[in-house]
Ligand binder design. Structure first.
Ligand code: NAD
Length: 490
């Protein structure tokens, strides 16, 4: 069985660790590869950082116009290899082929935005800040940066950071999720074709030991993390304690509110797509649906659209939802549904014990709806990260906003309505960093920051767009005076 290699200093090299984990296709349970793991992967990180530091020293002084050239080739290569990358994403993560292609498109868009670095890096200049004195600010690279990714978007998430990091003059060490390392292997085969210094972009496998080595390494200047809230909080504090700049995106529990004046058919379809897309394993998946006032029609429509969703292996045509990532995930999610019942929720649609013909061993759960969970119960506060909709009913939009704002997460909140006034109130008052109006997955495009709030984000500058440019540079302010006699009078 193939033991995956690391990509360090422009070469594919074996991990020093002898320990491995199986990479498993969650639909077929086939073992696809073995990924290095265990404590010794810390030495792999050490080696990658040493090379990345050397590469950064030369790279930072190249003109930015030269630094963005490889991004154009990277965009081209990602486009050329979309089908093959998408198939790999589906095989290791379980999502459908259409979903996999969608995430590659989102990755490419970040490459495009980062290639605007010559404009985005321009800064401020104030002539005569005092008599004969000028002051200006320049942005300079940080050094070696690191990115630690979760399993649910094996391609896209590293691209919220990677293209910006190198456009700004940094080098990077990428640590993909040990559950889905194959996509990033394929992406690094493309990166290997770029005309960039050896060591500029490196990939190291592993789990906690690799992460801890990144968090503690004195030559790593910044950490971009995406994953669950407990790990995000840990990464944020440990990396900050070693003096690093950190952006750590965490988990979510995303509410969507449906007002009686919403278009029922469109709304139920969009909400189902949001709840069950990627089998609910999206940080922007709608998870709590709150219907306001008259709910009979929307409740029926949501039930029908949930029930109709076709579940199966994502590589097969017509499949709308794949399995969840691991066996442990499946039993955790099914356990949470049972907990919901114990707390007093009514299971309107039960997707537990799903068997898919031809994929009987796969980690499948069908769409599930639990109704009327107690507002202060545990389940409504817990990220399920599976294809489960919690359906609540409230009297007014104000009640819904108040409920949303009491929640500990703040990744996304959405409203469905045809009233401009309600939309405006919601947009203004909902305490979440990404807000959708008649949108089910309010994912910021690459031109905007991915703005989680509260326990969904630790840090201040987010991924993507201008925020990424600011995150990957440090400002230097220069104040300068030239003696009067040296300046020519006109
Ligand atoms: P995870 O937190 O288990 O793992 C994320 C990364 O951290 C992986 O690379 C993993 O190797 C590493 N890791 C795991 N446990 C660790 C530990 N104890 N110490 C150090 N490192 C550790 O997350 P996951 O299960 O891969 O991904 C799902 C989670 O990510 C969900 O909570 C989801 O909401 C969240 N997510 C958030 C966003 C966002 O933008 N806010 C986007 C995608 C996913």
């Amino acid at each position: 069985m193939n033991i995956l290699k690391n990509y360090i200093n422009g070469e594919w090299v074996d991990s020093v660790s002898g320990e491995t984990l199986d990479v498993i296709n969650p639909a077929t349970m086939e073992v696809l590869a073995k990924v290095p793991t265990g404590d010794k992967t810390a030495s792999d990180v050490e080696r990658a950082v040493a090379c990345a530091h050397e590469a950064y020293l030369a790279w930072k002084d190249l003109p930015v116009l030269k630094r963005i050239q490889p991004l154009f080739k990277l965009k081209y290569l990602l486009e050329q290899h979309t089908d093959e990358l998408a198939a790999t994403i589906t095989m290791e993560s379980g999502k459908t082929l259409a979903e996999s292609k969608g995430e590659i498109q989102r990755a490419i868009e970040n490459v495009e935005v980062a290639s605007a670095a010559p404009m985005l890096l321009q800064s401020e200049f104030l002539e005569n800040v005092a008599t004969g004195i000028d002051e200006y600010m320049i942005r300079q690279a940080l050094g070696v940066t690191a990115c630690i990714a979760p399993f649910n978007f094996p391609a896209m998430i590293s691209f919220w950071f990677l293209p910006y990091a190198i456009a700004c003059g940094n080098s990077m060490v990428v640590k993909p999720s040990e559950k889905v390392p194959l996509t990033m292997m394929k992406i690094f085969e493309l990166i290997d074709q770029l005309d960039i210094p050896k060591g500029l972009l490196n990939m190291v496998h592993g789990g906690k030991a690799s992460v801890d080595a990144i968090l503690d390494h004195p030559d790593i200047k910044s950490v971009s993390f995406v994953g669950s809230t407990p790990v995000a909080r840990y990464v944020y504090s440990r990396a900050a304690a070693s003096g690093k700049r950190v952006q750590a995106q965490g988990g979510a529990k995303n509410p969507v509110v449906v007002l009686p004046d919403a278009d029922i058919e469109m709304t139920s379809q969009i909400i189902s797509d949001s709840v069950y897309g990627c089998a609910g394993q999206r940080c922007l998946a709608a998870s709590v649906v709150i219907t306001v006032d008259d709910n009979k029609k929307i409740r029926e429509a949501l039930y029908e659209s949930s029930k109709a969703r076709s579940v199966g292996y994502g590589l097969n045509q017509g499949v709308e939802m794949g399995p969840v990532i691991t066996r442990e995930s499946k039993s955790r999610i099914e356990g949470l549904i049972a907990q919901g019942e114990k707390e007093g929720g009514a299971v309107l649609l039960d997707g537990r014990s799903a068997t898919i013909k031809g994929y009987e061993q796969g980690n499948f759960i069908r769409p599930t709806i639990i109704e009327n969970l107690p507002l202060e119960g545990e389940l409504l506060k817990t990220e399920i990260f599976g294809p489960v909709m919690s359906l609540l009913h409230m009297k007014t939009v104000e009640d819904a906003i108040a409920y949303i704002n009491r929640g500990k997460f703040g990744n996304m909140a959405c409203l469905f309505t045809s009233s401009g006034a309600s939309a405006r109130k919601f947009r203004n008052q909902a305490m979440a960093g990404n807000v959708g109006i008649n949108i089910g997955v309010a994912a910021p495009m690459a031109q905007f920051p991915f703005s989680g709030w509260k326990d969904s984000f630790f840090g201040d500058l987010h991924g993507q767009s201008r925020h990424a440019i600011e995150f990957f540079t440090q400002t230097k302010v220069v104040i300068e005076r030239w003696p009067k006699e040296w300046t020519r009078k006109f």
